[in-house]
Design a protein around this ligand. Sequence first.
Ligand SMILES: C[S@@+](CC[C@H](N)C(=O)[O-])C[C@H]1O[C@@H](n2cnc3c(N)ncnc32)[C@H](O)[C@@H]1O
Length: 258
Amino acid sequence: MEDHANEIEIVTTGDGSTTLYSGRFSQHYHNPNGAVAESRHVFFKTAGVPGSIKKSEEINIFETGFGTGLNLILAKDYLERSGSTCRVQFFSTEAFPVTPDVASELDFGSELEEHNPNALLGKIFASLKPGWNRFEITGLIKLHLWVGPFSEMTLPGDKFNFFFHDPFSPEVNRELWTPDVFQALIAMAADDAKLVTYCAASSARAAMAVAGWKTARATGALGKREMTVASLAESGLSKFKLLNNRRLIERYKRGDFD
Ligand SMILES: C[S@@+](CC[C@H](N)C(=O)[O-])C[C@H]1O[C@@H](n2cnc3c(N)ncnc32)[C@H](O)[C@@H]1O
């Protein structure tokens, strides 16, 4: 098997937290202006996860691209700070897990230090095997991590309230931005599901629309003009500026994004 460990570089971002640079994909895992700040904005605040944690008994999150595990650590942080007894099932997928050594060198800032994320992530990454890996993170939060390509994932029977769509960009990670992938996510979606991604590319939005998601634009993180939010019904997007989904579908079918 090829050794890809040397293709990963630890980089400090603008808010002091670290991210990784992937030589395989020639891209950072997060916005170099702030890994933690970007993740909080895109995946948690824009999707409404903190509010949902406060008022729900259970929420199910599905992430595409576990990467550094930052979103799991943030989910744990929001849950513990809320004092809520909401149970969180955190599902994620990862084709190229980092080594435990890399995981234990990540720094998500002093705010998250009390979670001892390095020890937790070091333990998770040290025990991964291909297929589904399950971890009881706390009494309230469970991690279900698929190790392998998304395309080979055996579908969980669960229905998800939140989709954190976080592959690399469509230019370099094309296979995770297709209508087929977004359709697979719909098959796992609860009626109130929201999909959020940092990506604002029309090609990505069109692929979502072709699959059946309604898409809208939201303000991006750290000065980025836009990101994308999607839902199964337009009524789920009342806080956002709805995109012209019919037009996106037409453009996709015309081959504008081939
Ligand atoms: C932008 S990074 C994810 C960042 C991550 N959410 C975090 O907070 O660190 C994208 C991730 O998707 C993974 N990935 C790329 N293609 C994949 C595929 N086909 N199936 C599963 N994971 C994939 C990469 O290895 C990488 O870890």
